[in-house]
Design a protein around this ligand. Sequence first.
Ligand code: GLA
Length: 734
Amino acid sequence: MKLSSIITAAAVLMLSAFGAEAENSRVINIRTEKSSLVFSVNPDGMLVCDHYGAAIGDASSFSLRKNYIRGDHGTPYAAYPAMGGRSFGEPALAVTHRNGDLNTELKYVSHTTETLQDNNISETTISLADSIQGLETDLVFTAYWKQNIITAHTVIRNREKGDITLRSFYSSALPIKAEKYLLTHLYGAWAREAQVDRTVLTHGTKSIESRKGVRTTHTESPAFMVSLDTDRFDENNGDVIAGALAWSGNFKLNFEVDEFNILTILAGANPYASEYRLKKGESFTTPEMIWTFSAEGAGGASRNLHRWARDYWMHSGSGTVPSLLNSWEGAYFNFDAKTLTDMIDDAASMGLEMFVLDDGWFGNKYPRNNDKAGLGDWDVNKEKLPEGIDYLASYAHEKGLRFGIWIEPEMVNPKSETAEKHPDWIVKGASYETTLIRNQWLLDMSLPAVQDFVFNVFDRTMSLSDKIDYIKWDANRHVENAGSNGLPDDRQSEFWIRYVQGFYNVMERIRKKYPDVMVQACASGGGRVEYGALKYFDEFWTSDNTEALSRTKIQYGTSLFFPANVIGSHVSAVPNHQTGNITPLKFRFDIACSGRLGMELQPKHMTDDEKAFARKAIESYKGYRDIIMNGDLWRIGSPYDDCGYYGMMYVSEDKSKAVLFTYSIKYQSRTVIPQFRLRGLDPERSYHFKEINVDKPRFWFDGKTLPGDLLEAKGVNIPLRGIYESAVFIIEAE
Ligand code: GLA
């Protein structure tokens, strides 16, 4: 089928779906190509969620459906449960009304659906109201047809006669019914981010949340998957609902299985200590929640998210990502211009395409020669770099490299001129001393003056040279003793929300002025790996742990929710600076090349042989990276599997090209020959194999052409016997 006819077919399907809904105004069927989210209005006027799962063409009979639940047993399918009435579960909305009433009863008022942009997007707004109290909510759903994503947020409007207080204000609620629920989510710590955790949800509540305000994703993540009707995680089969909240502050995911065996998922900004005053006439818009449904297992859910993130959400989803050398692990704070220009020379000679100057280039009264001083003073350190930044950026450009530079604008060392001048800018509760993390304090982004300062740090850094192509934006602490000088005593709890709103204000301003500069979100490694940041950033620094074995799990976990073109992954020195582990250079490259490739070491400590290998691996990476950046990811097993081997395969959208990474992460003995069943290829075509990053062919199928159906049904056996053995193949349709 030609592309134009596919688009027409999709448009017709969409229209017929909307048509079905129009037949019965009490049923709302929000459609994507392969999913339906269905709501209906029950006889009491309440909006209930009937279905989120496989696509339903005509959902109108949901208006006749009875749920056989006694009224006094509760309202388990409420589309947006508010505290009050017969709602007994965790509320999505809890409000203290003007008259002190804690109860809210939301009833359906109306809904509208609009088709936007090239017929791929539809936006449905369902209006609910508590007519007695004058509170209104709009549930806003944006459905992306081809990507099978539905995003949701809620607008809460105060139409009462006075101020009200929001106590809970989740973005979205989703009640679902299955026999079993397997929750997959991420946990971790600094240098051990994105570890995969799985648990079967039983009756009661499990919540995943952050109360750290900033740098919220080291220990938990606001992204998850629920596999339905099973207690087994399956990469390729079964119904899976995945969700990810786009919010860079405190979040909460609440999973409650009730006495009807219904699972209600709430996702939103964390209500924890966050009462928010909504004045008469004001409205509050929650963060966006991203949902997807896949009938093709976890892999399908990941691919939906990846495609949508690239096509619609992230700041710049397409374009070639330059391979880079970052100065941090190679030089730390100890450099002068010569150290850096030598690194640039080495980077150029290995074929890298960008040089990033990390921490340590600024501060004069308090030079930034370690992490104890200078943070906050964004003038070039004249003693260390008398030549200035433009000299370095121009040097890089002359060598054919782009240039990037590090900033950490939201934070200060107490030993900085900024902290001395503006003690009132520091995040701090009224009574206690401000604590230090990495010798630094947090600036209060809820203050307009701080927002201006942070914008100016970016703006002034960009003005140091007209050859700055990339900014690494770091954030190395979280909130402790929360509090803001800018808020009255009885509204201190709004700090958590207002910090993030302030951060987004600044990012909006930055993106308006600098739409093209690449910006990496780093927060002590993977502390800001979430969709709220991804709207403004191009890349995540996935972890400060650059060691290849640790990276297998960190990058695998991140890949569940985020596309490879945001996963920063660097080759570093051995013994590794974080873990002390020693891994072969090929293994380090083969891991790093499955994301955004960089190097982070002192090249002059590499041998000639190592440099020659690096040159070859970087060159081959440039040949296939477009498949990684824009293709579909098919995971083959996982680094968590007992077998100790797994694969990552990226396939171009037209299935004509693929790159297959295979790794062994334990000794396999002489008898275990890892077998890799390939996925995502066209069974009707045949594919030619070429192993790369090796001197000569090693395996029987190298250089051969094999049928797609055979590869899918059986795969190939690859004798990766030892720990840290790896093989990478370019696979091309004949
Ligand atoms: C953080 C980052 C590192 C590096 C240092 C610099 O730890 O995660 O990548 O930039 O700060 O101080």
